[in-house]
Design a protein around this ligand. Structure first.
Ligand SMILES: [Zn+2]
Ligand SMILES: [Zn+2]
Ligand SMILES: [Zn+2]
Length: 497
């Protein structure tokens, strides 16, 4: 690549080409170990370093601001530091120059305009080119404007390190918002490791600077809803969230404020996470405040991060985490289920069981306890009840949504494994086929089998021997084991003993 040493060499053809390369780096900044990128940045650094107060400084300062996103990623060793150092030097050399302008373009430049910056350069450098921008060329080329763009570049590389530039969200924050939005909408990006992503939000809260803590807590609040929904099957993820909230609670506790009530924070995961991330950086907080003043709608910043409100949020989040952690991973009491699924005479309430094993959304809320209760009762029952309870447990863990908690899986699996391990007769002790489970009709057949006097035979009735057949039971158990055994990592079982 041709090296440019002074303004005379910056012919517009060359700048055309160079600014396209710079813009390409901006757009595809998220690549690592890219020696071409490193060289291009260092060329630009060299140009600015050779004359940081010179007339063409605006070209190189804007160039570095355009490429700055790459410098937040994984540039070669020392590249970002060299770029930052030369931008600081240029800022110092240029920022206080006298000029006739009331204002400069950098003062209203926000990140949405980054995409149009590089393409301005050729026409900016070439006096004879058409110029139809709102602001005159002279303001763009002014040393003070060059200094402003050097600071914008610095703010991208090291968020919050400079003043007198429009606020912007750190790139990392933008990435986080988009990752969490996809995850919390239920469509995680293909490369997102859900457990890691949620756990990293706990660690961000633990290590947050005091000013960022309220925002980080709001992110944890948002991911907690997801974590306790049953979508997360790793207990340590919930432990990590609870621990992080416990650690920051003292920072908010005992606070006092003059607010007359507090704003309602967003109640959808993606919006709550996006607001939390925004409030977790100085740039984001300023953007929030400016947006509020412009729209007149939202609550003032101090109310939305108020320690009194945050203490409430922390308490709420912690309570939710503890309660659901017990439900999802702790021992479950199913004694109340006797009253629900046994009749007054102590026999199974077969009608209720048949009703609750219908794969309908309204049965989801009963499914976990029902499956566990049936598995626990299975061993102590006679052959006829065992046939019913095995099928009920099998069906209940299918109905459970999104999937049964660890405590349920552990015990249902134990029951199913015992059934699957029982010795089997060489052939079936009956002539007819086994009940066809996936069909809706099996439930009517089940009631008839259990009490033929009370319940009429359905279209597909089977012999009692078919319902109680050990080979049928083994097949049901095998299917259930296949459904359950990969839901949780083995160490989760070990952890809970
Ligand atoms: Zn000026
Ligand atoms: Zn308050
Ligand atoms: Zn059989």
């Amino acid at each position: 690549m041709k090296t440019v040493t002074d303004m005379d060499d910056v012919d517009d053809m060359f700048l055309d080409e160079l600014s396209e390369i710079w813009d390409d780096i901006r757009e595809n900044y998220d690549t690592s170990n890219n020696s071409d990128y490193d060289r291009t940045v260092l060329d630009c650094v060299g140009e600015l370093a050779s004359d940081p107060g010179g007339e063409s400084a605006y070209v190189w300062a804007i160039g570095l601001a355009v490429m700055a996103p790459y410098l937040t990623w994984l540039p070669g060793a020392g590249v970002a530091d060299q770029a930052a150092a030369v931008m600081e030097t240029a800022d110092r050399a240029l920022r206080d120059r006298d000029c006739p302008h009331d204002s400069h373009p950098y003062q209203s430049h926000d990140d949405e305009e980054d995409a149009y910056l590089a393409e301005l350069l050729p026409a900016l450098a070439d006096e004879s080119a058409d110029w139809d921008e709102d602001r005159p060329r002279s303001e763009w080329r002014c040393p003070r404007n060059a200094a402003g763009f050097a600071r914008i570049g610095l703010d991208i590389i090291r968020p919050g390190s400079v003043t007198d530039v429009p606020p912007r969200l750190p790139l990392e924050a933008k990435d986080s918002i988009s990752t969490l939005s996809a995850l919390l909408h239920g469509y995680p990006k293909p490369w997102t490791d859900i457990d890691d992503e949620i756990s990293s939000q706990a660690s961000e809260l633990t290590h947050a600077d005091p000013a960022d803590r309220a925002g980080r807590l709001q992110v944890v609040r948002a991911v907690t809803w997801y974590a306790v929904s049953g979508m997360v099957r790793t207990k340590s993820v919930l432990d990590g969230l609870a621990e992080a909230v416990e650690k920051v609670l003292p920072h908010f506790a005992g606070g006092d404020c003059a607010h007359d009530g507090h704003p309602a924070l967003p109640n959808s995961g993606p919006s709550a996470a996006a607001l939390g991330i925004t409030l977790s950086s100085a740039g984001g907080r300023e953007i929030y405040e400016r947006g509020r003043i412009a729209s007149g709608g939202d609550a003032p910043l101090d109310a939305v991060v108020c320690p009194v409100l945050m203490a409430e949020i922390a308490d709420e989040t912690l309570a939710q985490l503890r309660e659901r952690r017990d439900e999802l991973f702790g021992e479950r009491d199913t004694s109340h289920a006797d009253a629900e699924y046994l009749r007054a005479d102590g026999r199974l309430d077969i009608e209720k069981l048949v009703e609750r094993t219908d794969h309908k959304s309204w049965n989801e809320k009963h499914a976990d306890d029902l499956g566990l209760w049936a598995a626990r009762r299975h061993e102590q029952s006679d052959d006829r009840d065992r046939a019913v309870l095995l099928l009920v447990a099998h069906q209940a863990v299918i109905i459970s949504y999104p999937s049964p908690p660890l405590a349920v899986v552990r015990e249902v699996l134990a029951t199913m494994r015992a059934v699957a391990a029982a010795p089997l007769p060489a052939g079936c002790p009956h002539e007819d086929e086994h009940p066809a489970l996936p069909r809706a009709g099996f439930r009517a057949g089940l009631a008839h089998f259990w009490d033929p006097a009370e319940f009429p035979a359905g279209e597909e009735s089977r012999s009692a021997e078919s319902w109680t057949c050990p080979r049928f039971a083994a097949a049901v158990a095998a299917e259930c084991i296949a459904n359950l055994e990969n839901l949780y990592a083995d160490d989760e079982f070990a952890d809970e003993g």
